[in-house]
Design a protein around this ligand. Structure first.
Ligand SMILES: [Zn+2]
Length: 170
């Protein structure tokens, strides 16, 4: 357990004695936070059978989306069925080329399952294929600007050590 978590736990115990509820103060923003008493530790298995091509693409350094063969709607993350027209006939397309950074934010208050990462930056890129991609941003995040040119890249994310897609400024 980190020092920070231990401090929060102590503060939550104090608060339970005083207020009856585990309310702690966020040291950065001084706002009140509910400190949940349950620890969440989830390791899950989820079927990716219908989007296996996505992982084959990642393995080859490509970011793949699905496109409805009937109405042309593009889905990312890929879906195996079109929620617009109901068709389950989907084609695979690669999201490539130069996109535009629509927005980004630095995450310094992290969800517990991401608490082992240093502060990271998440952004949304509009790709030339006409679809938005939400992803972590790689590279020099100090020079980010809304509207700048970006591309997608496939790179390992540590400490998990698996390949994933990132937004990379050009
Ligand atoms: Zn469709």
């Amino acid at each position: 357990m980190s020092d920070e978590t231990e401090k929060l736990e102590e503060a939550a115990e104090e608060s339970k004695k005083k207020l009856g509820s585990p309310i702690v103060t966020d040291q950065k923003t001084l706002s009140s936070l509910w400190f949940d008493q349950r620890e969440l530790n989830v390791r899950y298995l989820v079927s990716v059978e219908k989007i296996k091509k996505f992982y084959e693409g990642i393995s080859a350094g490509k970011v793949m989306a699905t496109k409805c063969a009937k109405c042309g709607e593009i889905y990312f993350p890929p879906q195996s069925y079109c929620s617009k027209c109901g068709s389950d006939s989907m084609d695979w397309i690669e999201l490539s080329g130069t996109g535009e950074l629509l927005t980004y934010t630095v995450i310094n208050v992290k969800p517990q399952s991401f608490s082992h990462y240093p502060d990271y930056v998440v952004g949304i890129a509009r790709m030339p294929q006409g679809v938005n991609v939400l992803a972590w941003i790689d590279g020099d995040t100090g020079k980010l600007k809304v509207g700048m040119k970006v591309r997608l890249e496939v790179k390992k994310r540590d400490p998990e050590g698996y390949l994933t897609y990132w937004i990379k400024p050009e």
